[in-house]
Design a binder for this molecule. Structure first.
Ligand SMILES: Cc1cc2nc3c(=O)[nH]c(=O)nc-3n(C[C@H](O)[C@H](O)[C@H](O)COP(=O)(O)OP(=O)(O)OC[C@H]3O[C@@H](n4cnc5c(N)ncnc54)[C@H](O)[C@@H]3O)c2cc1C
Length: 342
């Protein structure tokens, strides 16, 4: 999207070269999944790819026959499949790759290769070396390499290989599901574990899934957004870390006192987070909040909702059906069991 926004906002001629490999162009890891059970974990109302058009994604969804008749209130709270969101991103990009009119002064071209090195040359420009050996020159280089596959699990740094081990959760593990069903162990108890579970469920796999992580925290079900006044000042990026945290805490407490979910505050912050982060000093970025106990970082919204109700967007599967034993948590899911071990 950085390439699209550069092209969109440029006033003069601009040549943008987009270097991409491995994952589908414009979709990346997250939105390159072809599986419809992999949902966005953010409601549609907060997923516009165009920062200055808050409803851009909602309007695009409306153009699709499967969303055309959804009441507005429902559409806003929908957790769309990530592959649908990938269609959206890819569609926007295509407008710039193959424009139907030539009034854009900027042009984007695609290079399908891996960038392996970037170095400043004597002209003050950058040389970008590709795996294929070609060197591209550029006045500016923007690194947008995104999510990487997990690091090797062995301490030695050497790649661990075994016939039953799949190192990349976003790779082709579906082809290697044991048949007849045996237990599957997932390292990690976050959203990708939920994706794995949903896919196994869709495939009718009947084995047991064991998920392990250091803290065994599981994603929590999302909450439904409520009408809450936009409490942030016009330019929240100017507040600075301390004032921003104080403001957020104040509104979290107000929401809690009125029985509403404090996460609504984070929801309201979302459209501004990039600008806020950019404005923070390095010290602010680095500073944790010592003594503060972090909560569960993941919200599993759509996926959890899909497991528990298929049609609901406020599923409470993980929270309401948890049975704790000493060091194990059992999660019943559609009559099947996930165990998470600390
Ligand atoms: C499983 C998953 C689900 C997610 N779900 C959500 C969600 O629901 N909502 C949300 O807001 N965010 C979600 N995210 C976060 C989301 O991925 C990011 O916000 C966003 O997609 C990052 O975009 P990006 O362009 O920076 O990186 P990516 O989308 O990862 O794209 C980077 C691209 O660069 C390529 N690349 C990397 N290195 C090189 C190289 N050296 N040479 C050439 N090409 C290279 C990669 O192959 C890839 O195609 C999710 C992330 C993951 C992993």
């Amino acid at each position: 999207m950085a390439a699209v926004n550069l092209a969109r906002l440029s006033r003069g001629p601009l040549s943008i070269q987009l270097i991409n490999d491995k994952h589908p162009l414009g979709r990346g890891v997250a939105y390159g999944t072809p599986r419809p059970e992999h949902l966005l974990n953010v409601a549609a109302r907060n997923m516009s790819a165009i920062p200055d058009h808050a409803n851009h994604f909602l309007d695009w969804l409306r153009t699709r026959v499967d969303y055309a008749d959804l009441p507005d209130s429902q559409l806003r709270e929908t957790f769309a499949p990530r592959c649908v969101y990938g269609d959206y991103l890819r569609g926007i990009l295509m407008n710039y790759l193959q424009p139907i009119s030539d009034h854009h002064p900027a042009e984007i071209s695609v290079v399908e290769d891996e960038a392996v090195d970037v170095a400043l040359n004597d002209d003050g420009c950058a040389d970008v070396t590709l795996a294929g050996g070609e060197i591209l020159q550029a006045d500016r280089v923007l690194l947008a390499t995104g999510n990487q596959a997990p690091a090797p699990i062995s301490d030695s740094g050497e790649e661990f290989t075994h016939p039953v081990y799949c190192p990349d959760p976003w790779g082709d593990w579906v082809q290697r599901i044991p048949d007849p069903p045996e237990d599957i162990l997932v390292l990690g108890t976050g959203l990708t574990m939920v994706d794995v579970f949903l896919t196994l469920s869709e495939l009718g796999w009947q084995g047991k899934l064991i998920a392990i992580s250091r803290n065994a925290m599981l994603p929590q079900a999302h909450f439904r957004g409520i009408e809450y006044p936009d409490f942030l000042p016009e330019q929240p990026e100017n507040l600075g870390l301390e004032k921003l945290v104080a403001l957020l805490e104040d509104h979290c407490q107000r929401l809690q006192r009125s029985g509403e979910h404090p996460g609504i505050v984070v929801d309201r912050l979302r459209p501004h987070t990039q600008r806020i982060w950019r404005r923070f000093s390095l010290a602010s970025r680095r500073s944790g909040r010592p003594g503060r106990k972090s909560g569960n970082p993941w919200r599993c919204t759509g996926s959890v909702a899909q497991i528990s109700g298929r049609s609901s967007t406020t599923g409470s599967f993980f929270s309401s059906e948890t049975k704790r034993s000493r060091d194990q948590k059992h999660f019943m899911c559609s009559g099947r069991k996930i165990i998470s071990i600390t």
